[in-house]
Design a protein around this ligand. Structure first.
Ligand code: KG4
Ligand code: ZN
Length: 363
């Protein structure tokens, strides 16, 4: 077991979805952050194809590691530890990162940490320049709202190297997935988030009243007697409602009001995500909230979340978008924290765990 080091030099590898991310961090200083994305290869399918993503990781991993080491101006021999996303994510994609990280760690005799992708999204908030100036460290009453093509979760993060708790999550599609599917329904292209965001700017968000999933009393209950899905989300009903609206226009031979549909859909997503996240924070005594995931780039989500956090007395932190999307810097940042806190490295036998629970910060 390594001795706890104040500012360990850590290489982080991320391969859970369609981004091969490699970061180099010294303590809380970000030295390099390189990403190779296979998003272009998934465009014609309108969603991430796991086998294509895995093959792309295989091709990108070594060159991306090289670029990150060069940018950071360090060598493999300088590293105090290597961290890699062990889960959750796509099995084949995760395996590439895990196998690569194990090979490097074994050859170099460097400690290796298999870490949780979701907690790593929060770890990015420890980095210099991302961490708000008034924080010495992550606050104890910190929540994290993660919204991307792969996840929609609200977490409570305690001592980050050992404690994280899932407060709520989507029970079907992830928010970004809903964006991608709705974009396909209105023929707007892929990835759906940015195109719908742009289209929505020209539309009327009140033109259609689309459903907010899991907001009925039987799901939500009350603070005293919470319902089964008080802090959870569902986007499948919303997707169906959009599909029906599109069909009704098409059946009558009318032009589909794409901008109004995009704006109304975006309003429904932003409304239900922010309302439920803020309620979860309030009811769990969380006075700080960090946003992560690709959907954090969404203009309406950011504006509405900022408003609602301000009204609820919650301090909101939004990292730069290139650190909100999947990247290796967040993996390196969490790895450096594990070393600093004296957490034991993973043993050599861990595997990729597509369903790794959020409570398992490192394996
Ligand atoms: O975190 P990310 O890069 O990858 C994973 O899904 O893990 O997130 C990508 C997702 C895609 O679904 C994309 O449509 C969505 O983030 N996205 C957005 C915006 N930009 C990207 N969603 C809404 N509004 C945006 N401006
Ligand atoms: Zn992610």
């Amino acid at each position: 077991m390594p001795t706890a080091t104040a500012a360990p030099l850590v290489l982080g590898i991320e391969s859970s979805c369609d981004e091969t991310g490699v970061g180099v961090v010294r303590g809380t200083a970000l030295l390099a952050h390189e990403v190779a994305s296979s998003v272009e290869e998934h465009v014609r399918f309108g969603g991430v194809i796991p086998e294509i993503a895995a093959r792309a990781h295989l091709e990108a991993l070594v060159p991306t590691i090289r670029r990150a080491l060069d940018t950071a101006d360090v060598t493999l021999a300088d590293l105090d530890a290597i961290a890699v996303t062990s889960g959750p994510g796509l099995a084949g994609a995760l395996m590439v990162g895990v196998a690569g990280a194990k090979a490097l760690a074994t050859a170099l005799g460097t400690p290796l940490y298999g870490i949780n992708h979701l907690v790593a999204h929060v770890g990015v908030g420890m980095l210099d320049g991302v961490r708000p100036a008034q924080w010495d460290d992550l606050p104890e009453d910190l929540g994290a709202l993660l919204v991307s093509g792969g996840h929609t979760e609200i977490l409570r993060v305690g001592r980050i190297s050992s404690e994280a708790e899932l407060l709520g999550s989507t029970i079907d599609d992830a928010a970004g997935e809903a964006y991608d599917k709705v974009a396909r329904l209105i023929g707007a292209g892929y990835p759906g988030g940015p195109v719908i965001d742009r289209l929505a700017a020209q539309g009327d968000p009140t033109a259609f009243r689309f459903p907010r999933g899991l907001t009925a009393g039987k799901f939500v209950g009350s603070a005293e007697e919470p319902g089964p899905h008080r802090h959870d989300w569902s986007f499948s009903g919303l997707k169906t409602a959009v599909s029906r609206a599109v069909e009704q226009f098409e059946a009558r031979g009318l032009e589909v009001p794409r901008a109004d549909i995009a704006a109304s859909f975006q309003e429904a997503v932003a409304d239900v995500i922010t309302a439920k996240a803020v309620r979860a924070c309030r009811e769990h005594g969380l006075t700080h909230l960090m946003l992560g995931g690709g959907v954090a780039a969404n203009s309406r989500l950011r504006a509405l979340l900022a408003d609602r956090c301000r009204s609820a007395g919650i301090e909101l932190t939004v990292p730069p978008v290139n650190l909100c999307t999947d990247n290796g810097a967040m993996v390196a940042a969490l790895g450096a924290r594990l070393v600093r806190d004296g957490v034991a490295p993973s043993d050599a036998w861990f595997g990729a765990d597509p369903g790794q629970p959020v409570e398992v910060v490192s394996v």
